[in-house]
Design a protein around this ligand. Structure first.
Ligand code: FA5
Length: 347
């Protein structure tokens, strides 16, 4: 019996030491193999268990000693299997930790950062100046009907003023709006005076050269109330110019013509490129036109149902690209629309 127990134990420890030798080979099945080994020797039908059950066949006086030998062998094997199991588990955990280790000294990843297009930056800045003066932001459709783009602004069919803005026509009596002025009409149709709105947005004209593009942005302004005069218009626009281009920038109103305003003016600012001395951008005049404006024509009020005897108002429309060109000293407007990242990254 003693010899049989020793033989079984030797085999079990041999198998155990073989399993231990596999530890370093990243064998994920080690735990399973250990379990199999436990069943083979210590399980219900395991070799040592079966031996223990066969004690009854021994003479009564030999049984206690034989039982002690078998139980000691079982206990030794059990604790050796447990030790091996612990070290296998610890090794596996160590491997997991090492495979997930983060080297905090490695250089980081470069994540390119997007930014707002310069035209939108200027558009927002311009709107902010006007909202700080109490104007509200309004929007209107880019595909506009003839009535709002022309007729209600006192530009009837065949009127020569339609040639002032080369129009993209859309089927069904629609146009791509040539200016943001139709938003004036839409606001007046909806609301009673007083109104104080700015309307930023895209406009379209069949036009392309260094200072003109087929799509560009305008900001329309409209203020209607009792007793509004040209002096109010001048005050608001001067405040706007000074806040965008600096408080020392000279401003002048030059008589002009728009069918929807009477009187009308174009607003020039002292050339910010040459300081008024005369350069290529201001065509040697020292002045640059940035917007059109005027007192709302009483005929436009009549179209919208406002009483021109009771109310007066002013309106203006400025080109955002023109403002951006001057603000950033850019001499070709088309650069804003080429989407060259080297150009856009500078803003
Ligand atoms: C108008 O569009 C009028 N609706 C402005 C207005 C509103 C006057 C309210 C009176 C009362 P004008 O066609 O001049 O006006 O255009 C206004 C501004 O848009 C110009 O000063 C210029 O800065 C800009 N602009 C005109 N055409 C282009 C173009 N093709 N590309 C870029 N900017 C342009």
């Amino acid at each position: 019996m003693k010899d049989e127990v020793r033989e079984i134990c030797d085999r079990a420890f041999e198998e155990l030491s073989y399993l231990k030798s596999l530890e370093n080979r990243k064998d994920q099945k080690n735990q399973k193999n250990l379990q199999d080994l436990r069943v083979k020797y210590l399980g219900k039908k395991g070799l040592l268990t079966v031996l223990l059950k066969s004690l009854g066949k021994l003479p009564r006086e030999d049984r206690p000693a034989a039982g002690k030998i078998i139980n000691e062998a079982k206990a030794r094997l059990e604790s050796a299997i447990e030790d091996t199991g612990r070290s296998v588990k610890a090794l596996q955990e160590k491997r997991v930790i090492e495979s997930r280790r983060i080297d905090v000294t490695l250089p980081g990843f470069f994540i390119p950062q997007g930014r707002q297009h310069p035209i939108n930056q200027v558009l927002d800045e311009v709107c902010e100046v006007f909202t700080s003066m109490g104007f509200r932001v309004e929007e209107g459709p880019e595909v506009e009907d003839n009535y709002h783009n022309f007729e209600a602004l006192n530009i009837p069919n065949e009127h020569p003023a339609r040639d002032m803005q080369d129009t993209f026509y859309v089927a069904g009596g629609f146009v791509l709006r040539t200016h943001t002025s139709p938003v004036q009409v839409r606001v007046m149709e909806r609301e009673k005076p007083p109104v104080r709105v700015v309307a930023p947005g895209k406009v379209y004209r069949c036009d392309s050269d260094q200072t003109h593009t087929p799509m560009f942005h305008q900001v329309e302004g409209l203020l209607v109330d009792r007793n509004i005069s040209m002096a109010d218009l001048k005050g608001v626009l001067e405040a706007f110019v000074h806040s965008i281009f600096g408080s020392k920038t000279p401003v002048r109103l030059r008589p002009s013509y728009f069918p929807f305003t009477e009187p009308s003016a174009e607003i020039d600012i002292g050339c910010v490129i040459c300081g008024g001395a005369g350069c290529g951008v201001c065509k040697k005049t020292g002045w640059i036109e940035i917007l059109g404006a005027g007192m709302v024509n009483p005929k436009v009020f009549e179209f919208s149902g406002y009483d021109p005897e009771e109310y007066t108002g002013f309106a203006f429309g400025l080109g955002i690209e023109r403002v951006a060109m001057l603000k950033y000293g850019i001499d070709d407007l088309r650069l804003f629309f080429e989407n060259d990242i080297r150009f856009l990254e500078q803003f």
